[in-house]
Write a protein that binds this ligand. Sequence first.
Ligand code: FAD
Length: 351
Amino acid sequence: MDHDALRPGDGDLMSRRRALALAAGSAGVLLGGVPAEAEAEGPAAKPARRFDVVVVGGGPAGLAAALVLGRACRKVLVCDSGQGRNAPAAAVHGYLTQDGTPPSEFRRVGREQLKPYDVEVRDGKVADARKVASGFEVALDGGEVVACRKLILATGMADVLPDIQGLRELWGKAAIHCPYCHGWEFRDRPWAFLAPPEATVEVATLLLGWTKQLALLTNGPSEVSAEHRAWLEKHAIEVVEGRIDRLEGAGGRLVAVHLEGGRRLERDVLFVRARLKQASDLPQKLGCTLLDQGMGAGMVKTEPSGATAVEGLYVVGDASGVGVTSVASAVAEGSGTAGAANMAMLIEDAR
Ligand SMILES: Cc1cc2nc3c(=O)[nH]c(=O)nc-3n(C[C@H](O)[C@H](O)[C@H](O)COP(=O)(O)OP(=O)(O)OC[C@H]3O[C@@H](n4cnc5c(N)ncnc54)[C@H](O)[C@@H]3O)c2cc1C
């Protein structure tokens, strides 16, 4: 699709057009029709079908949004391209009523509970989307273009793992990013952890809640300050200098960390705080702003409601800088944003 038509200020233009159409007594906009001047801006392929809301992403955030919108009598399309962030893990932890449920089962039940409503769930990627006067046009893989009034992106984040041999195979199993998600299963066991030099004490303080058997891996020349070293020593945390050669695993378990020079450090867990990046390029293609620092770096800047600077476009779940990156937060954000998007449509229709 051509994105040249997507310019900052289109939202204002749309509001002005809607106001003009209403002043002229046109019911077309209220009933979801596309005004004549907007058609000129549309894509080459005419939208085959029209929805109130398209939700891109069928993880916890997207499914929660679809459920609330379905129950609000909305016609919804959910498109999902596959596995979410927690797919490598055996279970979802820390989500009330679902603690220990496999991620795939969580999603299966989520989809099942959408069946009573006017919600269509489609497996496949959204290839592109663009803002038009009446809302959005969304291109699905396979070529179909659909239209919607509001667009919710629940496309998630992707973990950028450090380049360590054997890490990907153990990710979500014995190489973990979050002690709240996986720490209980490894409590009081020997852990190794990677942390940037300036965050060493902060990360170690967190992990001490689950185990006292900690070793810091510098994975290269050590830049840990003398002050931090003294703190680590006080808590009996060994600083293991040198590059990691590879991780030795067996059936999803971590057996040992091998270091260049031949040292073999037996550990049950490697904690890694991976950098996050947007899993989809849709937020940026549609004109969203990404946060550039802090824990939310790389996430979309939104209002607490999930609303973005692009009128009618919402971003929820891990992809947005609101809340924390967890299943519970994703569900809460999806539910709340669905209410906000629905209310926006009710207000438009009542004008
Ligand atoms: C290994 C691991 C284990 C975790 N374990 C836990 C845990 O135990 N408890 C917990 O609370 N949190 C856990 N988390 C965090 C949790 O996975 C996320 O917070 C949660 O999945 C976020 O939900 P979401 O709906 O925002 O995104 P996701 O669950 O990542 O879902 C996003 C979906 O959007 C789809 N998508 C992306 N782009 C497109 C597109 N263009 N078209 C169509 N679909 C698209 C993706 O395929 C994906 O299905 C874990 C994370 C990791 C990395």
